[in-house]
Design a protein around this ligand. Sequence first.
Ligand code: HEC
Ligand code: HEC
Length: 458
Amino acid sequence: MLRRTTFLSVLSIAACSLALLLAFRGTRLNAQFVPGNNDVIARPAPQTPGFDRTITTNNEQLIAQGRQVFRYDTFGDEAFWGDTLKLHQAIAGSANGGVGPGVSPKTALAVGLKVDMDALPAAVVSAIKAGQVNLDDPKTTLTLLQLNSVVGVTGRFSPTGQLTSIGIQCALCHSTVDDAFAPGIGHRLDGWPNRDLNVGAIVALSPDLSSVDSLLGVDDATTRKVLASWGPGKFDASLFMDGKAFRPDGSPAATLIPPAFGLAGVNLHTFTGWGSVTYWNAFVANLEMHGQGNFTDSRLADPVQFPVAARAGFGRVRHDPDLVTPKLAALHAYQLSIPAPTPPAGSFNSAAAARGATLFAGKAQCSSCHVPPLFTEPGWNMHAATDIGIDDFQAQRSPEKKYRTTPLKGLFAHAKGGFYHDGRYATLLDVVNHYNGFLSLGLTDQEKGDLVEYLKSL
Ligand code: HEC
Ligand code: HEC
């Protein structure tokens, strides 16, 4: 008996050493891989042999290309924002060959547009600092566009420096800046939703909205009323599918612009689970930005649920050349590589957050849907409106007719504009109060506070 035990322990020591040896080899081969930290190996280990190396290199290339697409690719949507909406004319203003007063940098910043300070040459930075740049002159906006420094907007210029067209990018809505230079001017923060951006006000600058009027089948005044209803940080992607601009209670049907970070491992995307990340990227690039690509979704051919989309043939869009599809893989890889940002030190109470973590997994029942560390359900992450105690208006506008469990990491980065798809809860405490009532959780005020601190810590 004794001998058997000894033999077994010798065996297990041997097994342990082997495991250690393998672990050591693993560390040496993939020095950058930190399990659980992120899904991306930061740089290729030089010793990595054969196909492993191919995978690592591929990953790096996809992320680099994807970042480029996310920030700078218009997918040919100048055909819409420039040729059709003629937004460039409104931006330039009549003094610079366009129409109307033009858009000064001050106006641009006021409607939430952001400036990438890393795209500004040192001379321009010091001129701005010295107050030598006229921020009230649309001509300055043209210079900022020429420098490719307006986040998510690209101007096209003639050889003589005239603005001839304009296109938009994913970064317009899903990036902001850290305000390092001044409010609205700083280093890019990809994936952070721009909750200052007034998309409706920007589109309404267009001197010619007739194409939107005829898509929606309404008059110009109605289109402008709808655009004015959205407000900062919101957009209505479903409007151009179903034509519903207002909720039954008369409030705007627009949703918040969500973060495009922390999405790896999450199954369905958008507030109502339209599809995967890459599904939605193709959807947006073609149907919302009006890029020149190919897109297929037979669900949009349903004239009852999606009268606008069915009429416009959005269920099957074809362009030649296809300026979207070749970019989807890289865009997808980049999207999945953007982690949720970590809350700044001191932005929450750690002791309260620790107590909140226990409540989240226990008495408050949150983790039954928000499963850590994804904070959405692994698998089918959809719920009927009745599961979360809200109305089903927005859910009914999507093919699944349900709500997707929102992943909760990095909530601090998009507190502006509120929570839930339409921002109906102004604060996290409002969210907790909603669940407390709806699920009869019986949380005390201190417990609610602890739960809020925990949410702020994610
Ligand atoms: C005009 C603003 C705007 C632009 C431009 C835009 N989006 Fe979005 N995006 C939104 C809004 C609003 C939603 C929420 C839609 C919904 O849930 O109904 C969204 C949703 C998403 C989601 C889902 C996030 C989640 O939590 O599941 C992803 C991913 C995304 N967008 C990526 C992109 C990419 C990639 C591009 C460029 C091809 C892009 N978006 C362009 C406004 C925009
Ligand atoms: C039955 C599943 C379910 C349970 C239980 C649940 N949630 Fe949610 N949660 C959801 C869904 C679905 C949404 C999306 C609602 C929307 O966008 O309208 C959501 C949204 C949220 C949001 C908003 C996130 C954002 O970015 O707007 C927060 C915060 C949140 N839940 C926290 C909690 C907390 C705290 C608890 C426990 C008290 C909890 N949830 C319990 C399913 C659930």
